[in-house]
Ligand binder design. Structure first.
Ligand SMILES: [Ca+2]
Ligand SMILES: [Ca+2]
Ligand SMILES: [Ca+2]
Length: 560
C-alpha cells in the first residue's frame, strides 16, 4: 500500500513562494533567489535567529517564464558573505525557507550523494554501523548468473553459469547496466581526478573508511569489480546488462530472487567499458600497479572487440522487459574510448582513432558521451603528446560552456536549463550542464561559468518552479517519495538519503498509473513527488554522479 502520510509537511509549492537553494551558499558564491512578481520592488535578507536585516537590495526586472507559467524577479545578494543562517523577506510574500551561508555549505551533500552509491550496493548487507536505520540484508549475490541466449558464444553457451557479483543497482530497480554504470563510474573518477585533495579528506563512513585509500575510490572499486566480470575473457566483448527477465516488485533486495542473466554483448557496452577501464587504470595506478595494468588490458581488449564488431546495437530480447539503454549511434562511444585510451597510454594511434576534428560536443548523457572525451582531454591537456590539437580541445569545452552561460543569462529563473532541457532525468541534466560549466571555468577562469554552474546546483536544491530540493534528506522541502525500491519497501518514513530525483519533465509517461495527478502540464512543473512516478521521481546512479562532482567542484573552486 502506498501512503500519503508524509506529504503533509511538504505540501505543493504555492505561487507566492520564494525559491532558492535550500542548503545555502559558500561565502564567495553568487547568491540568487527567484521571487514571484508582486507589488514589491526590493528585498531584505534577515538573520534567522535575531530577525535583524543584514542585507537590502533591489529586485531585478519582471520576466515571464513559459516553462513554469510564472512571472518572476531575481534577488541577488552576492555581497552578503558573513556565515550565518538567514531567510529572504519580501513585502507581501511569505518568508523564504531558511538557508545558510557557510564555508562548508556543500560538504555534507557531496558526501551524501556519494554515500547513496553505498546504499545501492548489490551483493552485500548494509551494516547499521554504516547504514544506520537504513541497514538491510544482502540481496542479489549474483554468483549464479546465467548466460542468456542473446549472449551465447562457443565457450559460453546459453545457460552457462558465471559469477558477476557486486556493482551498484542502477536506479529504482535492481538491475545493472554497463552503459549507465559506465558514465556514472567515469563521472566519479573525473571528480577524483579534478579534486583529489577534497576527496582524500572525505570520510563517508563506509566499511572501507580509514583503510588508507580515498573512500570515493573504494566506492568506485565496488562497481569496477563488477564491470570486470561483465567482459567475456574469451573475446573481450562486454555484456550489455545483468538483469532479471522482468522488473522486481516493490520489495527489499533480499526478497528479490528472480533468476539473473547477462544479456547480449554490444558495441556501446564494450566502448563504455573500455573508456571507464582506461580512466580507472590511470586513477588507480598510484595505489595498485597490478590492478592498473589489469584494467588497461581489459580496456584494450574491449576496444579491439568493438573495432571488430562496430554495429552490435542492443536489441531487447522478446523474453526480457527491463531497461534497454539502447543506442544506435556509437560514434561518440568510439571517440570517448579512444580519448581515454590515448590519455592513459600516450599512444598517438588512439588520438587518430578519436577523429577529433569530426567530434562536436554536447552536454554528456548516457547515450551521448562525446562531451566526456573533451572534458578528459582538457583535464590532461598539459600531459598530452604533440598529436593532440590543443586549440581544438580548449575550443570544444569553451564553446559549450559559453552556450550554457548564454542560456543562463537570459533565463527568467537564472538557470542554464532551457525548455527542451526538461526531459527525462532533468535534474541530472542540470548537473551535467553544471559539470561542463565547471570545466569551462577551470580552463578559462571566466567567472560567468562558475556562477552559471552555481545556478545549476541551486536549481536542484530548490531554486525551481516546484520549490523542491530534489535531493532526499537535504533541504527544507525535499523529495519525500522517490521511486526507489529500498526507500519504498523498508518501512521507514524518510527516504534513503542523498539520492537525486529525476525531476520535472512534461512527458508524464506514468500519469495513468499514478493515483495522484501531476500539479501541472508545464515543463518545469511536471513533477510528482510520489513513489508511482518513475517518469519524474525515480533515482539513478548517472544522475547522482554529477551531483557528487558539482557539489565538490563548487566547494573547491569557489573563491573564498
Ligand atoms: Ca577508504
Ligand atoms: Ca551514443
Ligand atoms: Ca521508506
Amino acid at each position: 500500500m502506498l501512503t500519503l502520510a508524509g506529504l503533509g509537511a511538504h505540501g505543493a509549492a504555492s505561487a507566492d513562494d520564494i525559491k532558492l537553494n535550500q542548503l545555502g551558499f559558500l561565502p564567495g558564491a553568487a547568491k540568487v533567489a527567484v521571487v514571484p512578481d508582486g507589488v514589491a520592488r526590493d528585498f531584505a535578507v534577515v538573520d534567522a535567529d535575531s530577525g535583524k536585516v543584514v542585507f537590502h537590495g533591489a529586485l531585478g526586472p519582471a520576466t515571464s517564464s513559459p516553462d513554469s507559467g510564472d512571472t518572476v524577479r531575481l534577488a541577488s545578494f552576492a555581497p552578503l558573505n558573513t556565515p550565518g543562517k538567514y531567510l529572504l523577506r519580501v513585502t507581501g510574500l511569505p518568508d523564504s525557507s531558511p538557508f545558510e551561508i557557510s564555508p562548508s555549505a556543500y560538504q555534507a551533500v557531496s558526501a551524501a550523494a556519494l554515500k547513496a552509491f553505498y546504499f545501492n550496493r548489490a551483493s552485500t548487507a548494509l551494516d547499521a554501523r554504516y547504514a544506520g536505520i537504513y541497514a538491510r540484508a544482502a540481496g542479489h549475490p549474483d554468483t549464479q548468473v546465467l548466460i542468456h541466449a542473446s549472449a551465447a558464444s562457443a565457450t559460453r553457451p546459453a545457460g552457462t553459469v558465471i559469477a558477476s557479483p557486486k556493482g551498484w543497482y542502477d536506479a529504482g530497480d535492481y538491475n545493472k547496466y554497463i552503459v549507465n554504470s559506465g558514465i556514472a563510474t567515469y563521472t566519479l573518477l573525473a571528480a577524483y581526478e579534478d579534486f583529489p585533495a577534497f576527496f582524500q579528506r572525505q570520510d563517508l563512513n563506509i566499511p572501507e573508511s580509514g583503510n588508507g585509500r580515498p573512500d570515493i575510490l573504494n566506492e568506485v572499486w565496488w562497481n569496477l569489480e563488477w564491470m570486470l566480470t561483465m567482459q567475456d575473457p574469451a573475446d573481450g566483448g562486454v555484456y550489455h546488462k545483468l538483469t532479471n527477465l522482468h522488473f522486481d516488485g516493490i520489495v527489499m533486495p533480499n526478497q528479490a530472487t528472480q533468476p539473473r542473466y547477462v544479456v547480449q554483448k554490444t558495441t556501446a557496452a564494450a566502448l563504455d567499458f573500455s573508456a571507464v577501464m582506461a580512466t580507472a587504470s590511470r586513477v588507480y595506478a598510484p595505489f595498485d600497479k597490478a590492478l592498473s595494468a589489469r584494467m588497461l588490458t581489459a580496456a584494450q581488449s574491449a576496444w579491439r572487440w568493438a573495432q571488430a564488431h562496430p554495429r552490435e546495437y542492443y536489441q531487447q530480447p522478446k523474453d526480457v522487459s527491463t531497461g534497454e539503454y539502447g543506442d544506435k549511434d556509437v560514434s561518440d562511444e568510439f571517440a570517448w574510448a579512444a580519448a581515454e585510451l590515448y590519455i592513459t597510454t600516450g599512444d598517438d594511434a588512439y588520438y587518430q582513432a578519436m577523429r577529433a576534428p569530426e567530434q562536436a560536443t554536447s552536454v554528456p548523457s548516457w547515450g551521448e558521451v562525446r562531451g566526456l572525451a573533451w572534458m578528459s582531454l582538457a583535464r590532461h591537456r598539459k600531459q598530452l603528446s604533440a598529436a593532440a590539437d590543443q586549440r581544438l580541445i580548449t575550443n570544444r569545452v569553451e564553446v559549450l560552456a559559453q552556450q550554457l552561460a548564454d542560456g543562463w543569462k537570459k533565463s527568467p529563473y537564472g538557470i542554464p536549463m532551457q525548455t527542451h532541457d526538461f526531459d527525462w532525468g532533468s535534474s541530472g541534466l542540470a548537473l551535467n550542464q553544471a559539470m561542463v560549466l565547471l570545466h569551462g571555468y577551470r580552463l578559462t577562469g571566466k567567472r560567468d561559468y562558475l556562477d552559471a554552474a552555481q545556478a545549476g546546483l541551486d536549481y536542484v536544491l530548490g531554486r525551481n518552479a516546484v520549490e523542491t530540493s530534489f535531493v532526499t534528506g537535504y533541504g527544507a522541502r525535499s523529495t519525500q517519495h522517490p521511486h526507489h525500491r529500498p526507500s519504498q519497501a523498508d518501512g521507514i518514513a524518510a527516504p534513503v538519503p542523498g539520492f537525486l530525483a529525476g525531476g520535472p519533465q512534461p512527458g508524464q509517461q506514468d500519469a495513468q498509473h499514478c493515483p495522484k495527478p501531476y500539479p501541472s502540464r508545464l515543463p518545469a512543473k511536471s513533477y510528482l513527488d510520489h513513489e508511482c512516478s518513475y517518469a519524474s521521481n525515480e533515482v539513478a546512479i548517472n544522475w547522482n554522479a554529477p551531483l557528487v562532482y558539482v557539489a565538490a567542484g563548487l566547494q573547491v573552486l569557489t573563491p573564498r
